[in-house]
Ligand binder design. Structure first.
Ligand code: FES
Length: 164
């Protein structure tokens, strides 16, 4: 049974095995393994967490705790345009919450969600290291500084045009 192949299960398991086999079965490797899983799948699938749990002999709750603590890990696939609004202190003081609220309203999704068509996802982040440009949001890691609600609207409009 181990050597049988089928689309969508064994092929994924092979990838997971490749990732896991690079690391010793030591709990301290959890973050590095999760980094690789996030990079490979674009998110951390539950199946992958189950395999990590077995491999490192740690509970699903511990893994889930780490995945939800760090904003770089996501439990769902990100959208084609991943919008992240910084809620770090400098950005928050300069009104980034209004930008986040507008993004939720425009996209019809909440933090951590992806639109049904898979085109947009939304995240709230901690400081992204561009405080001098506060408030800041990013789209697929491109930084938009001195951001306004109007700027966000324009960026979303542009992304929507690209999608058509
Ligand atoms: S607080 Fe937003 S970039 Fe630092």
């Amino acid at each position: 049974m181990d050597n049988e192949k089928c689309d969508g299960c064994n092929s994924e398991n092979t990838e997971m095995n490749d990732i896991l086999n690079k690391y010793k079965q030591d709990k301290s490797n959890l973050i590095q393994i999760l980094n690789e899983v996030q990079e490979y799948y674009g998110y951390v699938p539950e199946k992958a967490m189950l395999e990590i749990s077995e491999y490192l002999s740690i509970t699903m709750a511990e893994i889930y705790g780490v995945v939800t603590f760090y904003s770089r890990f996501t439990l769902k696939p990100k959208g084609k345009h991943h919008i992240a609004v910084c809620l770090g202190t400098a950005c928050f003081v300069k009104g980034s919450e209004k930008i986040l609220d507008r993004a939720k309203e425009r996209l019809g999704i909440d933090i951590g969600e992806t639109t049904k068509d898979g085109k947009f996802s939304l995240e709230a982040t901690r400081c992204v290291g561009a405080c001098g440009l506060a408030p800041v949001f990013t789209v697929n890691n491109e930084v938009y500084g001195k951001a306004t609600v109007k700027m966000l609207d324009e960026v979303i409009d542009k992304c929507m045009e690209e999608n058509e």
